[in-house]
Design a protein around this ligand. Structure first.
Ligand SMILES: [Zn+2]
Length: 133
């Protein structure tokens, strides 16, 4: 069941609401940027995401195919969400679930995790090794 969470960066300049059904799963990926940022994400549709503050406090980083808009707060550097376009599913938002301020530890512990082998452009399969992610 979807639940509305409040998310933010570390300094609070960027704030948003996200309607998330954690039972639908979360993502951890071994691609270059997810590994370096320890990303733990959930993908939601645009109508489930509302930016409340911080549009001018966000900086965008893109690389490689530039399909994903990796956003971070220009004051504190925290990456609380991003967005992208998928050829099959259209526009989506990727929320860093550790930036959801009112999520419970029990919800994090019990959230199902799907591991993705992004490092080898194998986006539909798990990597050979996942526990380090
Ligand atoms: Zn910030």
């Amino acid at each position: 069941m979807k639940k509305t969470y409040k998310g933010s960066c570390h300094c609070g300049a960027v704030r948003y609401e996200a309607d998330v059904d954690l039972s639908e799963g979360t993502l951890k990926c071994n691609c270059s940027i997810c590994t370096k940022t320890r990303a733990w994400l959930t993908a939601i549709s645009p109508d489930s995401f509302r930016l409340l503050a911080g549009n001018t406090d966000l900086t965008e980083y893109q690389f490689n195919t530039k399909n994903i808009h990796h956003l971070f707060c220009k004051h504190c550097g925290v990456r609380s969400f991003g967005w992208g376009e998928d050829a099959t599913d259209g526009k989506f938002y990727a929320v860093h679930i550790t930036c959801l301020d009112d999520i419970g530890i029990d919800e994090l512990v019990n959230a199902p995790v799907t591991y993705i082998d992004g490092r080898h452009d194998n986006w539909r399969s798990p990597p050979a090794e996942a526990p380090y992610l």
